[in-house]
Design a binder for this molecule. Structure first.
Ligand code: ADP
Ligand code: ZN
Ligand code: ZN
Length: 758
């Protein structure tokens, strides 16, 4: 290339895609695809971006600004990452900048002076020269009369296991001081005397794994069979679905596969749908693989995220991670040379990001990533999604089945408790059927633990005036306020706004206000009254906002310091508690009647997952499901643990009504603060698309909540053949949106697509 050439840059913006800059000759040697650069943009003089491509031809632009600087040496983002960004941006119809934002910890892209995150350093202490064994003995002897110095030396030798020899190990000063119980002045004296040397070194922001590693558990014959099946299928398939009932030992199989992949010198990406699940799994993985395991989730601060980013790609002075356990966004991290990607609980809708862009599904993105890198994908679930099961049935995925719980433990006994009947007979005790109360009683008497599942948080869903029907509604959203007793306020779950609890009706001034519906807070309140001696805890979004609070709740449960745990879907997955025998599902009906083609599937999955927490070790578990509709067809599948039946029914309906996996759905959202503008823009867009896509266009329609955060919402649903190219769809929609926006009236309407909505 000549002296002057050009680069297309990704900027962390949702608008546009690539921005062209000139590369001046002083920078030309340092720039490559994936490099981080600083560029001028708009009013801001410097912006951080990533080089997408470099070329020599002069672009057809009147003004081309120059790149200001290149950051660091070597690319910040790898080839595979860029390819994956490209795919995500096309398939999920978003800007490359959106994917960049989802990938790079913000301190890497927006720190002011340098792209580098702040490395943490810590003081280390080391003997200032090497000693022979005899010399060490002499040194120790010489310190006999100064006990503090002696303690320091002996502890140093103990921690480092140094017995003399060439390689003199160093040790964390803080750790040594704590262990030896000595003051800084002692250390100062010893360094002044030239015996020890003190220096600074990069230190991890995470606690290391201090215990000895445990050998892997031996697989049962059934697990071995599944393990062999998986490895056999990997010979000619990229993806295998491991369908194993709850507590069949899927995680144990993952651990064996991880060991195998590590022994081949490759890395592993292990995806989980929720942070709540990482707590227990991380402990299991660390026992086997120690500090080779890194964790990534939204609970980490930026510098911690950056440390994980640098350690997984081996660019840190700290030891490289070889296994990355993380939630959905970890799929974008640079786990190069991965041999295996595990997608645990693959059916879980949390793998899909709903807002903001990129609105991607991490499970499907993982499959694409693996394809690009040659890695294998193992999806695991006790209740596979209809789509993945269909892929297994049609041979696209391999399949392995584990039909029994580990250790010959029986599947839990499931009992449906008819709450409608109990209300009619007036036998309900607040929100609980007599059967559930009896079972909790029995469990507590036997010193066993109980989990109660309620799919709503807060205290009461809404407040209503018994005289005129008035209900407090969020002023920004068309949503009832939820009453939270702990905060003593009304709270909108959609925009986060709060309001004081009214003492009288806004409309008729009556004081006859009633609390309707119940959430986890209310359940906690009532259970504490009914079982005053039980230790009750609650786990939901509200009770786990503080850092470390989730870990504490789970650890208390593990240590049997909690008798009854109440929670939302956070507790429905993955929990493996030895002594938990009774699970109560309070009111499953709300989910059944949700207007969504996946409602029945979701209801089945939820019930099976929550039930799966019961009786995982010695005693057979018992699950009580309260429902007002025990004869609903889905209840039968749940009762008999009939995944097959549920799947067959679902796939039949999906085929008949042309839903996924038989079609691809794209939902286009249109939002604006003016209702009339939303109506018009949505109709124009739908009409335009209909000319091309005919009856594949459904709507526009209002969603159940027509206004959120001050914006009215309408949506258009596209139901297309899976054979229509996603590039074509992105272009087509983009074209129609642009032509709509040419009319100034609609230029400020927010429009975006949600591809494969969940
Ligand atoms: P799943 O992931 O299918 O829900 P887990 O892997 O959590 O199941 O296994 C359930 C329980 O059985 C765990 O406590 C696990 O430690 C134990 N377990 C599973 N397989 C074995 C094995 N091969 N040896 C010893 N314990 C096992
Ligand atoms: Zn009123
Ligand atoms: Zn609101």
């Amino acid at each position: 290339m000549g002296n002057v050439f050009y680069a297309d840059i990704i900027l962390p913006l949702s608008v546009g895609n690539l921005f062209t800059y000139r590369v001046s000759s002083p920078l030309s040697g340092r720039i490559e695809r994936g490099s981080g650069v600083i560029v001028p943009f708009g009013k801001k003089s410097s912006y951080k971006g990533i080089v997408y491509r470099i070329y020599a031809e002069k672009p057809d632009l009147s003004v081309v600004k120059e790149i200001i600087d290149v950051i660091g040496t070597g690319p910040l983002v790898s080839e595979v990452q860029l390819d994956l960004w490209q795919w995500v941006s096309e398939y999920y119809q978003c800007a490359l900048g959106d994917v960049m934002n989802a990938t790079l910890p913000s301190c890497i892209i927006s720190a002011d002076d340098s792209l580098k995150y702040r490395i943490r350093t810590g003081s280390r202490l080391v003997l200032s020269r090497s000693y022979t064994e005899d010399e060490l003995a002499v040194l120790l002897d010489s310190m006999q009369k100064t006990p503090a110095r002696y303690r320091l030396l002996i502890n140093y030798l103990d921690i480092t296991s140094y017995e003399g020899g060439k390689n003199v190990p160093d040790v964390s000063l803080k750790m040594l001081r704590e262990k030896a119980g000595i003051s800084v002045s002692v250390i100062k004296k010893l360094t002044e005397a030239g015996i020890f040397r003190r220096f600074e070194k990069e230190e991890s922001r995470f606690d290391g794994y201090a215990e000895a590693l445990s050998p892997l558990k031996e697989l049962s014959p059934l697990q071995q069979k599944a393990y062999k099946e998986i490895t056999r299928q990997f010979a000619d398939r990229d993806t295998v679905l491991l369908h194993g009932v709850t507590s069949s030992g899927k995680t144990e199989i993952y651990i064996h596969l991880i060991e195998k992949v590590l022994s081949q010198g490759k890395k592993v990406l292990y995806l989980l749908p929720e942070i709540a699940l990482t707590t227990q799994i991380i402990n299991r993985l660390r026992k086997c693989f120690g500090d080779l395991v890194g964790v990534y989730h939204s609970g980490l601060n930026d510098n911690e995220k950056a440390e994980v980013y640098e350690r997984i790609r081996g660019r840190s002075a700290l030891p490289e991670y070889r296994v990355l356990l993380g939630v959905r966004s970890s799929v974008f991290l640079p786990v190069e040379n991965a041999g295996l990607v595990i997608v645990d609980e693959e059916h879980d809708s949390s793998y899909k990001q709903y807002d903001p862009a990129p609105r991607y599904n991490a499970r499907d993105t993982a499959v694409m990533k693996a394809k690009m890198t040659g890695a294998k994908v193992l999806m695991g679930s006790a209740t596979p999604s209809v789509e993945s099961m269909y892929n297994a049935r049609t041979g696209k995925y391999g399949y392995a089945f584990l039909g029994q719980r580990y250790g010959d433990i029986k599947m839990p006994e499931i009992i449906l408790a008819d709450s409608k009947e109990a209300y009619r007979k007036k036998t309900m005790i607040s929100h609980f059927t007599p059967l559930l109360i009896e079972s909790i009683d029995q469990a507590l008497e036997d010193n066993e633990q109980v989990v109660l599942f309620r799919n709503r948080r807060g205290f009461a869903h809404f407040i209503i005036c018994a005289d005129c029907g008035w209900t407090p509604v969020c002023p920004n959203c068309s949503v009832n306020y939820t009453y939270h007793k702990n905060m003593n306020s009304l709270y909108c779950h959609y925009c986060g706004s709060t309001a004081p609890v009214p003492s009288r009706c806004d409309n008729c001034k009556s004081t006859n206000l009633k609390f309707k519906g119940f959430g986890t807070e209310k359940v906690e309140d009532e259970i504490s009254i009914l079982f005053p001696d039980a230790r009750v805890r609650r786990m939901d979004y509200d009770s786990t906002r503080k850092k470390g609070s989730m870990e504490r709740i789970i650890s208390e449960l593990e240590k049997k310091e909690t008798d009854i745990l109440i929670g939302t879907q956070m507790i429905s997955k993955g929990l493996d508690i030895e002594n938990l025998t009774v699970v109560g599902i309070l009111n499953l009906d709300g989910m059944l009647f949700y207007p969504d083609f996946r409602a029945h599937e979701r209801c089945y999955q939820m019930a099976a997952q929550v039930s799966g927490r019961a009786g995982r070790r010695n005693t057979r578990g018992k699950v009580i499901i309260q429902t007002s509709d025990p004869y609903h067809p889905v209840m039968k599948y749940i009762l008999y643990n009939d995944y097959e039946g549920m799947y067959n029914k679902q796939i039949e309906e999906r085929e008949e009504f042309n839903y996924p996996p038989f079609s691809r759905l794209i939902r286009i959202y249109i939002k604006h603060k003016d209702r009339a503008i939303v109506d018009e823009a949505a109709s124009l867009l739908a009409d335009g698309l209909r000319r091309k896509l005919k009856n594949r266009v459904l709507g526009p329609e209002y969603p159940p909540h027509t206004r959120i955060q001050n914006l009215y919402i309408k949506s258009i649903l596209l139901k297309t053949e899976k054979t229509i190219s996603y590039r074509y769809m992105k272009e087509l929609i983009g074209k129609h949106v642009n032509s709509l926006r040419e009319n100034r009236k609609y230029s400020s309407v927010r429009i975006y697509s949600d591809v494969d909505p969940q």
